[in-house]
Ligand binder design. Structure first.
Ligand code: HEM
Length: 205
């Protein structure tokens, strides 16, 4: 796994807890915690960190991955700002992951093994992302997707589930295939500044 993901996880844990917690997690995982963004580190090292974080925070592993992914998204997005400037909502950004964001990621970090995503429209304006990976990190993907929602002030409803016999994808390559169904529940309306008197609040006739 590329160091940039460890860097984003570190930033997320410090935001959620504090620096001491990150140091405690590294100690418990038995790793030195020195990660260059372009370096490559064993997947087992990330798994040891997630496992240690789960024990220390008393949260299930899946919840750790979701919480860390949610905060980590902003740090990953900071690495590719030019790609995201045109996005105005979550679905636009989600549709860029496979063909644009992770393609750029592979240019920046040539040996990166990013997961594949497929896209299917769902009824009621939903979007299904098919997560295809050799790593069991669909909960991390769920967290990152919540982070995309946060970026656009959208509350997302996300359901992860394994494909059934009826809708199994044809791709046999990846060992982990999980569907991630996303719906936009609510879009935050921008706050109106009450002290702004530049616009009359009501016309008087
Ligand atoms: C927008 C939502 C995104 C989602 C849902 C997503 C999903 C994921 C997931 C789940 C992984 C873990 C590896 C795996 O499961 O096989 C991953 C890996 C990675 N992603 Fe993304 N990603 C997103 C955006 C980004 C962005 C903005 C960057 C920008 C730097 C990025 C860079 C990477 C890198 C470097 C890896 C590691 C690949 C490796 O170590 O071999 N991702 N992505």
């Amino acid at each position: 796994m590329k160091g940039v993901v460890f860097n984003a996880a570190e930033a997320a844990v410090i935001e959620l807890f504090d620096e001491d917690t990150w140091d405690d997690i590294l100690d418990a995982a038995g790793v030195d915690g020195v990660y260059s963004s372009v370096g490559s580190y064993e997947d087992s090292e990330m798994m040891a960190i997630v496992q240690a974080a789960s024990v220390l925070t008393e949260l299930p592993i899946e919840d750790v991955l979701i919480a860390v992914g949610r905060k980590a998204l902003a740090h990953l997005a900071d690495r590719v700002p030019d790609l995201l400037g045109g996005c105005t909502n979550s679905f636009e950004m989600l549709r860029l992951i496979h063909d644009v964001i992770h393609v750029e990621v592979k240019k920046l970090y040539p040996d990166a093994l990013t997961p594949d995503f497929t896209y299917t429209e769902l009824p009621e304006d939903g979007l299904r992302l098919g997560y295809h990976s050799h790593r069991p990190l669909s909960a991390l993907a769920e967290g990152l997707i919540y982070g995309v929602g946060d970026r656009f002030g959208e509350t997302l409803n996300i359901k992860r589930h394994e494909p059934t016999e009826l809708n199994k994808p044809t791709d046999k390559g990846a060992s982990h295939v999980v569907y991630i169904d996303v719906f936009v529940e609510e879009v935050a309306t921008p706050e109106v500044d009450a002290s702004d008197t530049s616009q009359p609040s009501e016309a008087v006739h």
